[in-house]
Design a protein around this ligand. Structure first.
Ligand SMILES: Nc1ncnc2c1ncn2[C@@H]1O[C@H](COP(=O)(O)OP(=O)(O)OP(=O)(O)O)[C@@H](O)[C@H]1O
Length: 557
């Protein structure tokens, strides 16, 4: 590791992009301060740093989305000034955002050419170009498929192709592996190697330090808005890298012992949800009755959740592993009450809550860390303290009797900011102005502050840095020791394995296998998620009514 100098450069012509002395200020925050970054041609360059360190801001500056207050950008040795992404694209800089920006109802070809019709038209020439790029970099993109039929990894490849189609020579990828299973990560890294071998370069933001060390040629570390050094991957461990990011030694995480009790907190029986025809999109006060089978007439409607049965006990974290789109979202929606069950029941602490609206479930102790923090977890344009109230309008400290209590909410927001290390200049700034990881910490802090009995945690540490991840895991474990039951859904298989007491695999809407978190590896779990058989798994038949009625002791593992 070298904490002071840049990687050795043989000749100036090897430099693709050079950012020098970049400074960017926002009200109350210096997001970037005198940052230096040198990206060599034909390399993968990783950018790492804690949440709020300034990585996204720097990349938005390079992509023309934001203007630096100070500093210079040079591409291929020539100084440039970008006023918009179009300017950046014209100089060969492309960016794939964390939230994909494809139109679902269009084909791959239509998505790729959209907005760039002038390049190769919209017909045969465009198709030929797409095929050429796809073959050249091993992307396997099929132009006529509808984007809505593609999985996450395929969508990502379309985004990459789209950027290459526009002539990018430097690709910025913002946390590209956060949503991928291990096999997909390997495939992505193979694509990146192809790009490198053609002299292109990739700037890659990631919190997964093991991956960074395996794929990057150069690493730049940013701490509190400034470059603190570079690291040579072959000579650096993940721990050293993390310590460089935070500027101090990391604590050793405590080992977890099981706290599972035999008190059932959530009991789901034969839960079935149809994609169409059945259940309404849960408007809070008009849930359709659960436990009904009248939707059998839904005919062709697809069962997106098919006869799902499980119990989670006090003190238990039950992890659900699965490739995105196999029923996880519908399961969460049914549990939180935003989608009604077409058949089956959900009991919470012994009471049938199937017909309950969302608000009642929340008030009775169901916590919820949503999958999409922008759409479901936050009011982006509202101040942090109003976000503290979201989903907990009638509860203390946000309300006194019938009345909202802004002072109570504000004081408690300050506490959450402190306890969960949310990096912000204050509680009056908007949620939109926080970095992604800090938004996540705010949501986790809010949901754990209401003493939930049951927590639905979807990707609870997505986008947070390793330090904050360890902290959130500790918080969840601590609440679990005190009797919290947790349903954990995560694309991070290390998280699923590390945090879960019981682990189940969901495939095509069904729980198809149980895994032993103490024995299974991320690779085995990844295979099981794609429907392949693997070691350390017990394949399950769907529970019959009789089994489903068995007591929790029978189910406890
Ligand atoms: N539009 C904005 N308005 C105000 N402050 C902002 C804005 N964008 C970023 N910031 C602030 O700048 C700092 C750097 O944020 P940035 O998003 O660049 O961090 P990051 O390193 O990408 O973090 P993460 O890993 O959490 O995504 C943070 O303190 C953030 O709150």
């Amino acid at each position: 590791m070298d904490a002071s100098s840049s990687p050795p450069l043989t000749a100036q012509s090897t430099v693709a992009v050079e950012l020098a002395g970049i400074t960017k200020r926002f009200p109350g925050v210096v997001a970037n301060h005198d940052i230096h970054l040198t990206v060599r041609k034909g390399t993968v360059h990783a950018l790492v740093g804690e949440n709020g360190a300034g990585k996204s801001t720097l990349m938005k500056i390079l992509y023309g989305m934001q203007k630096p207050d100070e500093g210079t950008i040079a591409v291929d040795g020539e100084q440039v000034s970008f006023s918009s992404p179009a300017d950046a694209i014209a100089r060969g800089i492309g960016m794939v955002h964390q939230h994909f920006m494809l139109a679902d109802n269009l084909t791959v070809l239509e998505n790729v050419v959209l907005g760039s019709e002038k390049l190769y038209g919209i017909g045969g020439a465009a198709r030929k170009k797409i095929k050429e790029i796809s073959d050249r970099y091993g992307l396997g993109v099929r132009p006529d498929l509808l984007v809505e039929d593609l999985g996450v990894a395929d969508r990502q490849r379309v985004e990459i192709l789209k950027v290459l189609y526009r002539g990018a020579r430097t690709l910025i990828l913002d946390e590209p592996t956060a949503v991928l299973v291990p096999q997909e990560v390997d495939a992505l890294f193979a694509n990146l190697r192809e790009l490198k071998s053609e002299g292109l370069c990739v700037i890659f933001i990631s919190h997964k330090l093991g991956e960074v060390l395996s794929v990057a040629d150069d690493i730049t570390v940013i701490r509190r808005g400034t470059t603190v050094g570079t690291a040579i991957p072959s000579e650096t461990t993940p721990r050293q890298l993390a310590e460089m990011m935070v500027g101090s030694e990391l604590p050793t995480p405590e080992t977890a012992e099981s706290t599972v009790t035999d008190r059932a907190v959530i009991e789901v029986r034969n839960l079935t949800v149809f994609a169409t025809g059945g259940g309404s999109l849960g408007f809070e006060d008009e849930p359709s009755a659960g436990g009904l089978t009248e939707f059998a007439s839904a005919g062709e409607a697809k069962r997106v959740l098919d006869d799902v049965t499980f119990t989670i006990h006090a003190g238990e974290v039950m992890g659900i592993a699965g490739v995105e789109g196999n029923g996880q979202t519908e399961l969460i929606d049914a549990l939180i009450g935003t989608k009604s069950a077409d058949s089956g029941t959900i009991a919470f602490l012994g009471e049938d809550i199937t017909p309950w609206p969302t608000r009642r479930r929340r008030e009775q102790g169901v916590g919820y860390i949503p999958e999409d923090r922008h759409r479901q977890g936050l009011l982006l344009e509202s101040p942090l303290w109003e976000n503290r109230i979201l989903g907990h309008v009638t509860e203390r400290p946000n309300a006194k009797g019938f009345w909202l209590d802004p002072k109570g909410a504000q004081a408690d927001t300050r506490r959450i900011v402190e306890e969960f290390d949310v990096r912000t200049p204050g509680i009056d700034v908007t949620a939109a102005s926080l970095s992604g990881g800090n938004q996540q910490k705010l949501i986790v802090g809010r949901e754990l502050s209401h003493d939930p009995k049951f927590l639905i945690a979807a990707h609870p540490t997505r986008g947070v840095d390793v330090g904050a991840q360890a902290q959130i895991w500790d918080r969840i474990r601590q609440a679990r020791r005190e009797g919290l039951a947790v349903l954990l859904i995560s694309a991070d298989l290390d998280e699923l394995i590390g945090l879960s007491d019981t682990l189940r695999v969901i495939y095509d809407g069904r729980l198809v296998a149980d895994a032993d978190p103490a024995a299974i590896t991320p690779e085995e779990l990844g295979s099981a998620m794609t429907g392949a058989a693997s070691g350390h798994l017990e394949h399950v038949e769907t529970a019959t009514e009789d089994e489903a009625d068995a007591g929790p002791e029978d189910e406890a593992r």
